[in-house]
Design a protein around this ligand. Structure first.
Ligand code: HEC
Ligand code: HEC
Length: 460
């Protein structure tokens, strides 16, 4: 039997059901108002592990860095809101982890996390500092003909590169009580059952399918940005980020190109924030493999605009700068830049107005994705336990805030923003999950739909 809400609607429903089914049904519903009467689904179980399981380590969980209210990633602005007791900061608070475990100055300033992708034997000199990627839309972004591609460089963690193997690697990297990293002493390894649940949960997050471009937008600037993005002789973005996702363009790479690795020269940017800030200055990140070949994995762009800073080392703060990167010497002299030049005769050279237009397009597809996700979370809240409904509402508000920010950050779709503000107000957490709350959720979903319609071209 499905869970029943404890609120007024639930009780009315229970009374109605009792009249039809008799007292036994009533009892079955009433005695478990807030606890699932069935065992949790694999996804639910995965959620519990992701946010609560410390694997007998230093107190961190997966959710310490992949925050539900920060797009399942972690930005410097969010870090700035956390108290020192937060287990993210174990390198500042636990003596055994003070050296060689994290780089606190770069973590706080730029959201960078220490990773020992090439092994743990020389912690002082063999490490990289990487941003925390969101774990959204993984169903669309991990597969390649060469096997699964996880992490910024697609290396995965030790193992086969699958999401399951990556979770094991994450525990060893981020959860130990000391740098000895002895399983059974400094942490315990996840069980097979836990890995199945974590994988199912992660695959359930965010977008489950690719967009199909072009989308008919209302704003001509956004339409222009989309045209530049998808033109393989102008922006050429679609060559690697097909349909603004993480996979290659089949017209360029053949059928089933999957998620590909490229050396786009991000490591060659001068004055990288991680190098300018604090000690230790990280060694060059060599990307995929041991020793690395300098390549990184193509990330999806639908989720990009609200998850900056951008690139594996959080090199730039704004989506405009991330688009502008493709004009740089660093990109155009890189192996990937050279390939583009050979294929089309010129490098990528977008004027300032074109950079702005492409960014406006990326902002708009991001806002549409925020609206889709917020709507899904509101619908989920209506049938969930109170505790889960509260979490779903928190995530809804975070998604709506992101949509407002990515649109108003470039003065886009002003009238959509008005409807988003209304949806935000209607998604407040209630004191009781009653009939009045259910009505406001319905109104919030309607306001989100009005916002979506205003980002898109009027139906002819
Ligand atoms: C201390 C912060 C931190 C914690 C805790 C953490 N992660 Fe991560 N996560 C990262 C960073 C940094 C990366 C990028 C790693 C790389 O590029 O190899 C990452 C990458 C990932 C990716 C790859 C995403 C992609 O798009 O390819 C997955 C999946 C993931 N983490 C899952 C987990 C799971 C599961 C846990 C808990 C067992 C966890 N993480 C705990 C910081 C963290
Ligand atoms: C040759 C393949 C290729 C082309 C062409 C390309 N990209 Fe990328 N893109 C990548 C790779 C690989 C990364 C990851 C680089 C890294 O982190 O070091 C990336 C990262 C990004 C990011 C950062 C995403 C994040 O979550 O941090 C943005 C934004 C982006 N690209 C936009 C564009 C735009 C806009 C264009 C067209 C002007 C474009 N890309 C063209 C391969 C490509």
């Amino acid at each position: 039997m499905k869970r029943m809400r404890p609120g007024l609607a639930g009780r009315a429903l229970v009374r109605g059901l009792a009249a039809v089914l008799g007292a036994a049904a009533l009892a079955a519903c009433e005695n478990t108002p807030d606890e699932p009467s069935e065992p949790p689904t694999l996804v639910e179980r995965g959620r519990q592990i992701f946010f609560n399981e410390t694997f007998e380590g230093n107190g961190r969980t997966c959710g310490t860095c992949h925050r539900a209210e920060d797009n399942f990633g972690l930005t410097p602005n969010f870090i700035a809101t956390l108290p020192l007791e937060d287990p993210l900061f174990v390198a500042e608070t636990v003596d055994a982890l003070k050296n060689g475990f994290e780089a606190p100055a770069q973590m706080r300033a730029h959201g960078l996390i220490r990773e020992n992708l090439d092994g743990f034997e020389d912690l002082e000199n063999k490490f990289t500092l990487r941003g925390v990627p969101h774990v959204l839309a993984l169903r669309t972004s991990v597969a390649s003909p060469a096997g699964p591609r996880t992490g910024w460089s697609g290396d995965g963690a030790p193992g086969d590169g699958s999401l399951r193997a990556f979770a094991v690697g994450a525990v060893i990297q981020h959860f130990p009580k000391t740098n000895n990293r002895v399983a059974g002493v400094d942490f315990r390894l996840p069980t097979d059952e836990e890995l199945d649940a974590l994988e199912a949960f992660m695959l359930s997050l965010g977008r489950q399918e690719e967009l199909t471009l072009p989308i008919a937008f209302r704003d001509p600037l956004v339409m222009r940005g989309q045209a530049i993005f998808t033109d393989n002789a102008v922006g050429r973005c679609n060559v690697c980020h097909f349909n603004a996702g993480a996979n290659g363009d089949p017209a360029v790479f053949g059928p089933n190109p999957g998620n590909r690795n490229f050396d786009t020269g991000v490591e060659d940017l001068p004055d990288l924030p991680s190098h300018v800030t604090g000690q230790p200055v990280p060694p060059r990140d060599d990307g995929f493999g041991i020793p690395g070949d300098g390549t990184f994995n193509t990330p999806p762009l639908v989720e990009a605009a609200d998850t900056g800073p951008f690139f594996h080392n959080n090199a730039v703060a704004t989506i405009e700068e991330a688009v502008g990167f493709y004009n740089s010497q660093a990109f155009n002299n890189s192996p990937a830049g050279q390939l583009i030049r050979q294929a089309t005769g010129t490098g990528i050279a977008l004027e300032a107005t074109q950079v702005q237009a492409v960014a406006a397009f990326l902002r708009s597809i991001n806002a549409l994705e925020n609206i889709r996700e917020a709507t899904a979370r509101l619908a989920e809240a209506l049938t969930a336990t109170d505790a889960r409904a509260a979490e779903a509402l928190l995530q809804t508000r975070a998604e709506i805030d992101d949509a407002i920010e990515v649109l108003s950050g470039a003065s886009l779709s002003g009238d959509a923003v008005l409807h988003l503000r209304e949806a935000r107000r209607l998604s407040a957490s209630p004191r009781v999950y009653d009939e009045a709350w259910r009505e406001s959720v319905g109104d919030a979903i309607a306001a989100l739909e009005r916002a979506r319609v205003r980002i898109l071209a009027p139906q002819s």
